[in-house]
Design a protein around this ligand. Structure first.
Ligand SMILES: Cc1ncc(COP(=O)(O)O)c(C=O)c1O
Length: 402
């Protein structure tokens, strides 16, 4: 016999999955009820209403996709992109490549540009590409968790809106941790993940889209044969599971019987959104900003260098250059083994050059920041760096005291 599962908590300071809020985990132990139970339906309506507030939108369709964040990205992009549709994807890290791959699989005519890692786009650069390529859709990442960069979106949203271009944004690493304004920035469709600043377990994507996308979804509508034998549509979406025309009909008054909604995960998202709004979006965003300022002050006090453009740092995730003569993997292993703290390595071309440190949602706490700085100072000293004991923690504390 194996023993009953028991996982000791860790201090997670990676770009995700972040620590789930214990109050979110607790609601998941509620009993299972049916997916058309009136209690369950009213929880779904609550999720839509609270989701709108967190996305800062009046979009009716704001709901969950059962699957990780990329399921939401794939659902939204493959709903909007039809074969030969022109799609422009400005890439500045790993997750821009993901959007390009999804657009290609949806058979779009995809045009990409790539920024050197650690940079974002100027509006002039984006306008130039848009004017030359004339896309139907622009898809871009807001917070690139692979490089720690945040792309400004307001001017891009305004430009796309003026030119009748649809703008789809991956806000997976930013929603509920950094300022994000769906309607004010004229963004047509947005995707967020449950496991980042919303502090729920991985396995859900929260999406929102406006009437312009809704109109495309309606035109591509195709109901499963077993539910509607007469439903035909040559423009139907390629996936049944991620078909927004059927999914939105489950979340609206039609209550179409599509998939079985992941019951306990919906409870989790309900509580995650409720807690976000209870704290207050602005307060939550300021909490992330303050903890990031303290973390950066501590890293600077150890003479550690940040990766990328300092003017566009993400307030939720920072990429830190690995100092010369330091083994990045030994440091990460020592942090876990000796201090119970997890940070992440880099991806792709900068795999061994950076560490990625996240402080997301429930994990964005003074105690976590101070624990990491103390631990990092200790393991770097063990590997031969000369550091003044306690200086990093003191620098962070000074930020909290101002
Ligand atoms: C910015 C961004 N986009 C997309 C994803 C993909 O999310 P998931 O792993 O939940 O599918 C991630 C995950 O780390 C991410 O950070």
């Amino acid at each position: 016999m194996t023993n009953a599962l028991h996982i000791e908590p860790r201090i997670i300071m990676t770009p995700g999955p972040a620590e789930a809020d214990p109050r979110v985990l607790k609601v998941m132990t509620n009993p299972i009820i049916g997916q058309f139970d009136p209690v369950f339906l009213s929880l779904m309506d609550d999720v839509m209403a609270m989701g709108r507030q967190v996305f800062k939108t009046s979009n009716h369709y704001t709901y969950l996709i059962n699957g990780t964040a990329r399921a939401g990205i794939e659902a939204l992009m493959s709903a909007v992109i039809e074969p030969d549709d022109k799609v422009y994807i400005p890439i500045f890290g790993r997750f821009g490549h993901l959007m390009a791959e999804i657009a290609t699989r949806a058979k779009g005519k995809v045009h990409t540009t790539e920024k050197p890692l650690g940079e974002v786009y100027t509006i002039t650069e984006l306008k130039r590409e848009i004017d030359a390529f004339k896309p139907k859709v622009v898809a871009i990442v807001h917070g690139e968790s692979s490089t720690g960069m945040m792309q400004p979106l307001k001017a891009l949203g305004t430009y796309c809106n003026q030119h009748g271009i649809l703008l789809i944004v991956d806000a997976v690493a930013t929603l509920a941790g950094a300022a994000f304004e769906t309607d004010a920035w004229h963004i047509d469709g947005v995707i967020a993940g449950s496991q980042k600043c919303l502090s729920a377990p991985a396995g859900m994507a929260l999406i929102t889209y406006n009437k312009r996308i809704e109109a495309i979804v309606e035109k591509r509508k195709k109901i499963e044969q077993g539910l509607d034998p007469h439903s035909q549509n040559p423009r139907m979406m390629p996936s049944n599971y991620l078909d927004l025309s059927q999914l939105q009909a489950y979340w609206d008054a039609t209550r179409l019987n599509h998939h079985t909604e992941a019951t306990s995960m919906l409870y989790a998202m309900h509580e995650a959104l409720r807690l976000t709004l209870e704290e207050g979006l602005a307060v939550r965003i300021e909490r992330h900003a303050l903890n990031m300022r303290a973390l950066l002050a501590g890293l600077k006090a150890m003479n550690l260098e940040l990766f990328g453009d300092k003017k566009h740092l993400l307030p939720t995730i920072v990429c830190l250059k690995v100092p010369e003569a330091i083994d990045p993997h030994r440091i990460r292993t020592a942090l876990v083994q000796d201090f119970n703290i997890e940070i992440a390595p880099g991806f792709g071309a900068i795999k061994d050059e950076v560490w990625r440190i996240g402080q997301l949602g429930y994990g964005s706490r003074k105690q976590n920041v101070l624990s990491l700085l103390t631990a990092l100072e200790s393991v770097l000293t063990d590997q031969g760096m000369v550091l003044e004991e306690g200086r990093a923690k003191a620098a962070a504390l000074a930020v909290y005291q101002t």
